[in-house]
Write a protein that binds this ligand. Structure first.
Ligand SMILES: [Zn+2]
Length: 102
């Protein structure tokens, strides 16, 4: 997982790159959660754009950005789903957005 890229993209989207103590989770019934020191939010972790759920937030955001139109148009939304081939496309897309702004 590429933290540097994920952090950059998360902040680019105007979201908090959460700062939390990974050693001090709050145990709820079924999951481990954390309290972010910056936004005080109750969180499960930071964005990992290789994961489908987090990725779709990035993709939907990117689709609304006029200057990213050229990049988003190179991809088919259907290619982003699934564990292996989807992951490859998700990584490629996230890297393209990252490179565009770097
Ligand atoms: Zn936060």
């Amino acid at each position: 997982m590429d933290d540097e890229r994920n952090r950059f993209l998360t902040e680019l989207m105007g979201q908090c790159w959460h700062d939390y103590d990974i050693d001090k989770p709050i145990n709820t019934y079924s999951l481990e959660a954390f309290i972010c020191k910056k936004c005080k939010g109750f969180i499960l972790g930071n964005n990992d754009f290789s994961q489908e759920e987090d990725f779709m937030r990035l993709y939907n955001w990117a689709k609304d950005q006029e200057k990213l139109k050229k990049i988003t148009e190179e991809y088919n939304e259907g290619d982003f789903h699934g564990p292996e081939r989807g992951r490859l496309y998700r990584e490629r897309f996230a890297n393209s957005i990252y490179d565009f702004f770097k």
